[in-house]
Design a protein around this ligand. Structure first.
Ligand SMILES: [Zn+2]
Ligand SMILES: [Zn+2]
Ligand SMILES: [Zn+2]
Length: 151
């Protein structure tokens, strides 16, 4: 981490994390398929529809409800992170070992990550004004991305 653009960090641990997290879990063939689809685009934020489309491309005939159920099971197991990113949309990605906050462009829908450091003293300030000690909180910010701002 060079302290530069915090929104574009790499996750080189993804393959290792994949192996470690999935190890010991008895993933059914269907669940493994959903998991593989997510890991193949680990830095993306896929909607349920996009995941269903990709899974069905690999296993034609698999019911939408089945894909959805397997997806939710992966979320329940902590392997997959579901984030609500506004407009009644949820996005899915493989869970990471560290916390991610999201910034969403309201014009093009681009989603980027922010790490905890970006929030700076915010957790301490929240504690001092409200007495709340933040738990496993993730924050989503909405705005306009650099590309949209410059066009
Ligand atoms: Zn990260
Ligand atoms: Zn944008
Ligand atoms: Zn994310």
């Amino acid at each position: 981490m060079n302290g530069g653009d915090q929104t574009k960090h790499s996750h080189d641990d993804a393959p290792e994390l994949t192996a470690r997290r999935a190890h010991g879990k008895r993933l059914t063939r269907q669940r493994r398929l959903v998991w593989d689809v997510l890991v193949a685009e680990a830095d993306e934020h896929l909607s349920a529809e996009a995941i269903i489309e990709r899974v069905q491309a690999r296993m034609p005939g698999l019911h939408v409800a089945t894909v959805y159920r397997n997806l939710e099971t992966l979320v329940d197991e902590g392997l997959v992170r579901r984030t609500n990113l506004g407009r009644d949309r949820a996005y899915y990605e493989p869970a990471r070992g560290h916390r991610h906050h999201h910034i969403v462009c309201q014009q093009c829908g681009t989603v980027s990550h922010l790490h905890d450091e970006v929030l700076g003293k915010l957790p301490a300030r929240i504690r001092s004004v409200s007495g709340f000690e933040l738990g496993d909180s993730e924050v989503t910010f909405f705005g306009t991305c650099a590309t949209c701002r410059s066009s």
